[in-house]
Design a protein around this ligand. Structure first.
Ligand SMILES: C[S@@+](CC[C@H](N)C(=O)[O-])C[C@H]1O[C@@H](n2cnc3c(N)ncnc32)[C@H](O)[C@@H]1O
Length: 314
């Protein structure tokens, strides 16, 4: 069920997706430098004592950060024999790309184990697709889907799978202000751009509403800027929960997602909740107005063949 931890891997056999400072090895990586802003990336969630299903750990930077914050992490990575959901361009387009890809994916898996061994992580890893999470892995407090769904052709199926395994979901993905106010995903590949690795930009409201359908009632959203090899990029993070208020600090809840008052509530608490929800909704509106008034945050748009929209690709 769990992969056997690999040891004795040389750094030169690794592809480090994340920039990391590894004791004894110095700085390694990578496409994304999340150092110093990882709490924003993970929605300011308090991981102490939580069991976490982390989908797509890549080089394991988030695995380590969540573990260091007190989580027991199970990372789920694509099995060696399977690839990502590559966009089905004609074989003549994909064949040359895929030649490198098998080796890159192996070096990516190596990098996870290198991080695991170097930082002496306790986290476990299972090789399986998030489309089909093995039942024997059990239930979790939290599932983390960070920059995975944009690479998957059926993202809502993965969200559904995770929502069946955890009552709290953390979803981080690329922010595209053009989708504000919509429940939408925007298809990135075109016949011309040969964007073979990244399918979608999402609006946060797409996930909020889908999770509301699945019984989630408490939501926080934030937009943050992270450092990629392509420069700073904007991302959104949603923390969604079925049963509990997930706020670790004051952040706006998603519009229309105010928590329903409990049946046996202290007198006056319902009014207080209503006022807080109203205030939070006003903050969301204010945030939208401010965003309209400011120049747009940098988001990668429009791509040329062989380049990637998001800077996320290992
Ligand atoms: C772009 S990286 C994101 C890494 C990390 N989560 C982060 O946010 O920095 C995507 C990761 O998801 C994995 N992945 C892609 N599709 C997957 C799937 N269907 N099931 C499990 N993992 C998947 C990739 O192999 C890779 O490790």
């Amino acid at each position: 069920m769990y992969a056997q931890p690999q040891t004795g891997i040389a750094p030169e056999d690794c592809h480090f997706y994340h920039v990391m400072d590894l004791p004894g090895h110095g700085r390694v990586g990578g496409e994304w430098d999340l150092r110093g802003k990882v709490d924003e990336y993970l929605g300011q969630f308090d991981f102490r004592g939580r069991s976490v299903l982390e989908v797509g750990p890549a080089s394991g930077f988030l695995t380590a950060e969540m573990e260091h914050r007190g989580a027991a992490v199970l990372a789920l990575e694509m099995p060696p024999e399977a690839g990502w959901d590559y966009v089905p361009y004609p074989a003549e387009t994909l064949a040359p790309i895929m030649q490198d890809r098998v080796g890159t994916m192996q070096r990516l898996r190596n990098s996870f184990w290198f991080t695991h061994a170097t930082l002496r992580l306790r986290a476990r890893l299972a090789y399986a697709s998030a489309y089909d999470i093995p039942a024997e892995l059990g239930q979790f407090d939290v599932a983390v889907l960070a920059c995975v769904l944009l690479h998957c052709h059926s993202p809502l199926r993965i969200v559904e799978q995770c929502a069946r395994r955890a009552n709290t979901l953390i979803i981080t993905d690329m922010y595209n202000p053009a989708l504000d106010g919509l429940r939408a995903c925007h298809l990135l590949p075109t016949a011309e751009n040969q964007n073979w690795h990244t399918w979608w930009h999402f609006s946060p409201d797409l996930f909020v509403e889908f999770l509301r359908v699945m019984g989630f009632r408490h939501f926080r959203q934030s937009i943050h800027t992270q450092q990629s090899a392509a420069g700073p990029l904007s991302l959104f993070t949603i923390v969604a929960s079925r049963h509990e208020v997930v706020a670790a600090e004051a952040m706006p809840v998603a519009a229309g997602a105010a928590p329903a008052p409990a049946a046996t509530e202290t007198p006056g608490l319902a009014e207080l909740r209503a006022s807080v929800a109203q205030l939070q909704a006003q903050m969301v509106e204010l945030g939208a107005l401010v965003r309209q008034a400011l120049p747009p945050l940098p988001v990668a748009h429009g791509t040329t063949a062989g380049k990637f929209e998001t800077g996320l690709l290992p």
